[in-house]
Design a protein. Sequence first.
Length: 389
Amino acid sequence: MGQLKTKEYDFKGPEKRTSKPLHGAAIKAPSKDKSHLRKTAFFAALLILPGVLIVSILSLGSGKEEPPKVGHALLSPVQKMEPTAPAAKKSVEPVDPGGKPTYSLEDILPQARKVVVLIKSSQGSGSGFLLPQPGLIATCAHFLGGSDETEVFFPSGAVKKAVVLKKLPMPVDVALLQVEDFGLDWVPLADSDRCQEGEEIVAVGVPGSDKWRPDLVMTKGKVLRCNNPYQGVQYLQIDRDMHPAAIGGPVMNARGEILGMARGELAGGSFEGSGYGLAINIVKGLIDQRHAHLEERVKEKERFYKYLYDDLWVFLSAEHQAYQKKLSDLYGKGALSVQEATRLDKNGLQPPDGQSSMKDWVAGLAEKVIRGDLTKEKASDRIKHHFEL
């Protein structure tokens, strides 16, 4: 076989080159290293930041209250409020109606016991009550008659003399008394112009006529009308009759104030059959002279009443004389016996049924004329009819 000849090649090793880095390569190498560092720092921050946030949240949440439950406020309070002691309970003082506290009528009785007094004079006795003005007492004028002084029996058991400062007959029927004691109890007076129809009241008075008694009488009821004018004077109409012992005493409302003065039934057609109380504003006006015109009008009416009474009495006397002359003429003609003439003469001097005396009868006729229930002519006709045979 022929031998293969191998071509010889001259393999030489690479020549050793001197390292001369290009300018461009020198710039790119460091730029590549910085970019790598930035990326590494960015990813490291992404890994560390959630942990930092979690630690911060946990540190902020430590010591706080638990998350609000359903129905609680969604926002936490700005600061924790320390509990404060409850304010001291203030004493209740009357204010305008609607804002005033109300009490049961039985609760008012202890207050009434402090201000209700017994008035006693030579003409009679009845209840009265203390006013806020020092030593001043209100009562009905008809208890006093013509007296200028009276005795006052107090809840303490004391009995004191009182001077009559002012006394007005019907339609007011109020007397103001003054005693020397200036440290007496009192309850506030209401504004009767702000009375409400239907509100509950109680009229309180002292029973008996010889001393003050703790077992006061009470007439409970409701106001039917706050202003039922009686001869131009404001009266409260109550839904029931007053107890006689309560007349002259206070009419108190459920706020513990005096709304009026108990007066009972008033004479006159539409006023009969109900209880009445004089509005307390009338009493207040007499104290501070706001009702001086009313006082003068009452005095003028009193003068007119006296004139009317005297006039009717003169007419009655003339009719009685004419009646006696008729009886004498009939007796002279033989139409009457002595016994019959004497009996008829006595009958003529007797008052009509239901009247205590002829004077009371004439006084009642005069009152009806003043109220407008009768004319003077009709009153005279009644007197004339009484002496007819």
